[in-house]
Design a protein around this ligand. Structure first.
Ligand SMILES: [Zn+2]
Length: 674
């Protein structure tokens, strides 16, 4: 999405998602914030705002260094790969971001260094103990999985987010004098009580700051994968100073003497909204305004911390393995289904539960049987009874009057403005239900049988279609794909995304407008089938098929030379446990003409082994016979029977039948074959 059509007269609105840590692929939990922000961005555009919407990827840190090492690629290669997965997903989800920032980009490094330089310059005439930045020894516990300072003392501590033991860190760092900002922050919260939302989070933040603030370390010396400190490149920036500055760099901060020369930055900063998950509230509501104050920059307008999306009542996290991925949902039910479900099901701000069962139920109830069915009914009736033209009867029927009235529409907009998405959708779907009821009560199919009722038929179908048009506009920020289709089917001109939601009134549908062919926008989903398709796609994402290694002709060997030309090493061969066994019983397997079920004595134990030799050997001929078996083969099931081992046989004797390996000398069962 570009800003080409933006006008300087429009008010601006700048919102951000957190930047996502690029060490793994995004799950539904990480898509949640991005979808919510997309709904806000689309809504604000429909209210006439010039919107800048930023997301991005956090690409520094120990965890990425380690993940890259494990994958035997460079950290840059790792983040390049993962960043693309994020971008592709946002595309799939129809996300309308205007900017995407990567913390490994040159623009971002320049912005971080500029922010620090400006802070140092502002403090240069102050005595050292009054300056915002200083160097000192740091010792503390840190969770590398969550990028979280767990404690600022060396005592062992567990991460509150993932429960793992946190690592001890001890070295000389640059510190930010957060302790000096207690008063200024409390003043900020006092003068701007909605700086943090919801209110209960504001109270948490206030209590935290009132209890006193400790200075925070913002650089590391042991790590190489980061942005170098200006004029002291042995140190790199660590986590929050680096990550938070993306909100500036993403819209062009860092250019010119004061860093603020870029016109985009001038236009959009300060941010109107930083949307985040509740686990990073402190960094956004305490650290971030302090960092900005120290550099003399204006503060964002609001930080909104939403709850977690839980999966079986637990926070989704890759380390716990309880994640759902967005791609299977989108591929099975469509983009709108996921968006609608997340916004309708979760009371925004609170924790919400994600379940595939309720997702499919909601999809069928509200979208397929609800809006989708309503749209197809109305359009089909206009096609059959009115020659595909909108009738001329723009009156509001009493049944719909209240739901399309100015106060009700205003309440819906207030819901959007206050991020009460579940309420917004409940209100819009009241109109869906009322329109449906109105049709059932008026029975246009009966009216159509009677020529004297043609005026009434026109009134009913106009009202139904106009109501559908209003629903389409009101729901567009949440379900952009389906509403766009219905908009087209209603024969509406112009871009739906440009329609002013704040100027919506009854009667916008022009009589005589030709409607298009009705098409199903939300085909009904078979619950079991949809579930199974999603499940199997999830499995593929969780356990991707191994990719054949790409051979490099000129590449130098990185480790002990592996065997080549299809040969294996002696170590490889030693892994196979071959033993002499003696068959103690043998019988045919019912329904399988090639299979025999054998019991084989291998010295220290007796095994059941299934062998495909029934065409070559009669069971009774095998009793007492010495064979060679692979004793450490993982058990397999064949025809419902377990096979613990495999008999060695030459593959092609007479008539291509197998010939068992055996011995000329007498060997006791259990002897190793090497
Ligand atoms: Zn952790």
């Amino acid at each position: 999405m570009d800003r080409a059509d933006s006008s300087d007269k429009k008010p601006k609105f700048y919102l951000t998602t957190p930047i996502y840590y690029a060490n793994s692929r995004p799950h539904v939990g990480s898509a949640y914030t991005t979808i919510v922000c997309d709904v806000i961005a689309r809504y604000k555009r429909m209210c006439g705002y010039d919107v800048a919407y930023l997301t991005g990827t956090d690409e520094h840190g120990v965890n990425i260094e380690r993940a890259a090492e494990k994958a035997e690629i460079t950290p840059q290669e790792l983040v390049d790969k993962n960043e693309k997965i994020f971008r592709d997903l946002w595309k799939l989800l129809g996300i309308t971001t205007t900017d995407f920032i990567r913390t490994t980009s040159d623009e971002h490094a320049r912005a971080v260094q500029t922010l620090v330089r400006r802070t140092i310059e502002r403090d240069q005439n102050l005595p050292p103990e009054k300056r915002a930045l200083y160097k000192a020894k740091y010792e503390g516990r840190y969770c590398i999985y969550d990028n979280l300072y767990v404690s600022d003392t060396p005592e062992p501590a567990d991460c509150p987010t993932c429960g793992r033991p946190a690592e001890l860190i001890s070295e000389e760092n640059y510190f930010f004098k957060l302790s000096a900002y207690q008063q200024k922050l409390l003043e900020l919260y006092e003068t701007k009580p909605d700086f943090v939302q919801p209110d209960f989070r504001m109270n948490e933040v206030k209590s935290f700051v009132e209890a006193g603030l400790k200075d925070v370390s913002i650089s590391r010396k042991t790590i190489k994968w980061g942005i170098p400190w200006p004029d002291d490149p042995e140190h790199v920036f660590y986590v929050w100073y680096d990550a938070l500055t993306s909100y500036l760099s993403g819209i062009g901060y860092g250019e010119g003497a004061d860093g603020e020369a870029n016109p985009n930055f001038k236009k959009y900063w300060p941010a109107d909204l930083h949307m985040i998950g509740k686990e990073i509230i402190r960094f956004h509501a305490v650290y971030w305004p302090a960092f900005l104050m120290a550099a003399g920059l204006r503060l964002p307008n609001q930080v909104f911390a939403h709850g977690w999306l839980l999966f079986e009542q637990e926070k989704m996290s890759k380390s716990k393995g309880n994640v759902a991925y967005p791609e299977p949902i989108v591929k099975v039910l469509g983009n709108d289904a996921l968006r609608y479900y997340l916004l309708r099901e979760v009371v925004f701000g609170q924790d919400g539960n994600f379940s595939r069962d309720s997702l499919i139920t909601r999809y069928n109830a509200d979208l397929a049987n609800g809006l989708g069915n309503l749209a197809s009914r109305i359009l089909t009736m206009i096609a059959s009874y009115c020659g595909s033209a909108i009738p001329n009867a723009p009156e509001v029927p009493p049944r719909l009057e209240e739901l399309v009235s100015a106060p009700h529409l205003k309440a819906i907009r207030s819901g959007y403005d206050g991020f009460a998405f579940s309420e917004v959708l409940t209100s819009v779907w009241k109109l869906v239900e009322a329109t449906d009821k109105y049709i059932v009560e008026e029975k246009p199919w009966s009216l159509a049988q009677n020529p004297s009722e043609s005026d009434r038929l026109g009134r009913v179908l106009y009202a139904a279609a106009e109501s559908l048009r209003m629903i389409t506009v009101l729901a567009h920020p949440v379900i952009p794909d389906a509403t766009l289709k219905i908009w087209g089917q209603l024969g509406q001109p112009g871009k739906l995304a440009d329609v002013r939601i704040d100027q919506l009134t009854w009667g916008g549908l022009r009589p005589g407008t030709k409607v298009g062919k009705p098409q199903a926008v939300f085909p009904r989903a078979d619950k079991i089938q949809a579930w199974e398709r999603m499940e199997s796609m999830e499995q593929e994402i969780r356990n991707p098929k191994p990719v054949e290694p790409v051979s490099s002709r000129s590449g130098s060997a990185t480790s002990a030379a592996p065997a080549t030309d299809g040969k294996i090493t002696i170590e490889d061969f030693a892994k196979i446990d071959l033993r002499v066994g003696q068959v103690t019983s043998a019988e045919r397997v019912q329904g399988a003409d090639k299979l025999l079920k054998l019991v084989v004595d291998i010295g220290d134990e007796v095994r059941q082994v299934l062998a495909g030799i029934a065409l070559a050997y009669a069971p009774e001929d095998l009793i007492g016979r010495k064979v060679v078996i692979v004793a450490n083969l993982a058990p397999r099931k064949m025809r419902g029977l377990e096979s613990n081992g495999m008999l060695l046989a030459a593959s092609a004797g007479a008539d291509g039948l197998p010939v068992l390996c055996t011995f000329a000398e007498d060997i006791p069962p259990g002897a190793k074959v090497k």
